[in-house]
Design a protein around this ligand. Structure first.
Ligand SMILES: Cc1ncc(COP(=O)(O)O)c(C=O)c1O
Length: 407
């Protein structure tokens, strides 16, 4: 009989999210009439913008015509989309970058990129953080087993995001080979300031460390002192890979499209020789990745047209307003809240020192609201919960009312 990868057994987040489903299911069984409001889920709720939908339909029609259909596409993405991204997201802002790979989701690239690096690489991960960063390294065997006592895995350098630092992480004293940074961060909703990002780039330059910079929520940044791209910072091209997604900016969670920038002068060593990470990733993608469907890429490119820009910005603005509404509502009730300004997530301190699971249970049982206990994003997430602002405005308003009534 075949032996399975033993590292899969170590995954703790799987049980965590199953636990949320079980507790929610138990409440539904106990009280079938309860109207549950889900403020936990990080999925978009508004449909595809009309101009993008039209591009998707037109490109799909082309696939049915002998003269216009497309077979296998380039694994790096079609030129029309790559050019649109480079101009729309970088060149227009004065950032000269042209090393782009179109992909089918930031999650896939964030999960797959670690394959390029040696099994004994020292990995730094923020806490709390998007669970994919740690879980994919657990699956690759870079950690020991989950320790309930320590509340984490040995073998990973934990970079704390603490309330006293406004949830911004600072470089560790230990040199790492790879560091995952996310701005704005899921779950805290806090974006890097130029000042703190500078420390990270200097750290990476000093220690030959590569930064994996997850900008999945970049479109939500409004604060002047928060860079939209890590390449706005000098020296970043030597140390950083930037990964972005159309999921939360243009409503692609169901369509799947994203991109990664791997600068050609980003290098790592293989058998004592310096190798371009860009060329290694290209080789990996040619081997394992079939590219993103043509209609989806056409749809993504439509986001950069003048009409697409107007529509997409309007949607993002709507979610931003909801996030602020939630943030202000919780703040006015006396909660300590973070995020919400540069991200669609509000990170809320639990009242009266409750653990994040205790407050989850209270919200579920007394207010019929589902949130995500901060503990699910790491040990340092304890004592916080994450609310998502993608829910519709009535649900958010009613949720605030229900929370007020609990107090
Ligand atoms: C921080 C972060 N990065 C990446 C992703 C995944 O993006 P995609 O839908 O492109 O796979 C998510 C999704 O929730 C996320 O929160």
């Amino acid at each position: 009989m075949a032996n399975l990868n033993p590292h899969l057994e170590k995954l703790s987040s799987y049980y965590f999210f199953k636990d949320i489903d079980q507790r929610t299911g138990a409440l539904r069984e106990k009280d079938p009439q309860a109207i549950l409001f889900n403020l936990g889920i990080g999925d978009i709720t508004r449909p595809l913008a009309p101009h993008l939908l039209s591009a998707l339909c037109t490109a799909s029609q082309e696939m049915g015509d002998r003269k216009t259909f497309r077979g296998y596409g380039p694994s790096q993405g079609y030129e029309f989309l790559r050019e649109a991204i480079l101009y729309g997201d970088y060149h227009r802002l004065g950032i000269s970058i042209d090393e782009i790979f179109v992909s089918n989701g930031a999650k896939c690239d964030l999960a797959n990129i670690q394959e390029l690096f040696a099994p004994d690489s020292r990995i730094g991960i923020c806490d709390p953080a998007y669970p994919v960063f740690i879980d994919t390294n657990v699956m690759a065997g870079r950690t020991l087993s989950w320790s309930e006592e320590k509340g984490g895995y040995d073998g990973i350098v934990t970079v704390p995001c603490l309330e006293e630092n406004g949830f911004l992480p600072y470089p560790p004293s230990i040199p790492c080979d790879l560091i995952y940074l996310c701005s704005p961060n899921n779950p805290t909703g806090v974006a890097f300031t130029r000042q703190v990002l500078r420390l990270w780039i200097d750290y990476a330059l000093e220690h030959n460390c590569i930064i994996l910079y997850d900008g999945a929520y970049e479109a939500y940044i409004t604060s002047e002192d928060c860079p939209r791209s890590i390449y706005e910072m000098e020296g970043a091209r030597e140390v950083a890979i930037e990964i972005r997604s159309f999921s939360k900016s243009a409503g692609f969670t169901g369509l799947r499209c994203s991109y990664s920038i791997i600068p050609k002068n980003l290098r790592a060593t293989l058998a004592g020789k310096e190798i371009s990470v860009h060329s290694l990733w290209r080789r990996r993608q040619d081997m394992k990745f079939g590219g993103v469907p043509y209609p989806i890429q056409k749809c993504a490119a439509a986001m950069y047209s003048p009409e697409g820009q107007v529509e997409v910005k309007e949607t993002i603005q709507t979610y931003q307003e909801r996030a602020r509404f939630l943030y202000n509502g919780l703040k006015s009730m006396g909660f300590a809240v973070y995020g919400g300004i540069d991200a669609p997530y509000v990170w809320c301190k639990t009242p009266a020192g409750l653990s994040s699971w205790e407050y989850f249970d209270q919200l579920l049982e007394q207010a019929h609201i589902i949130c995500i206990p901060g503990r699910g994003f790491g040990k340092m997430g304890e004592g916080f919960v994450r609310f998502s602002a993608f829910a519709d405005p009535q649900m958010l308003a009613e949720s605030l009312l229900r929370i007020k009534q609990m107090a």
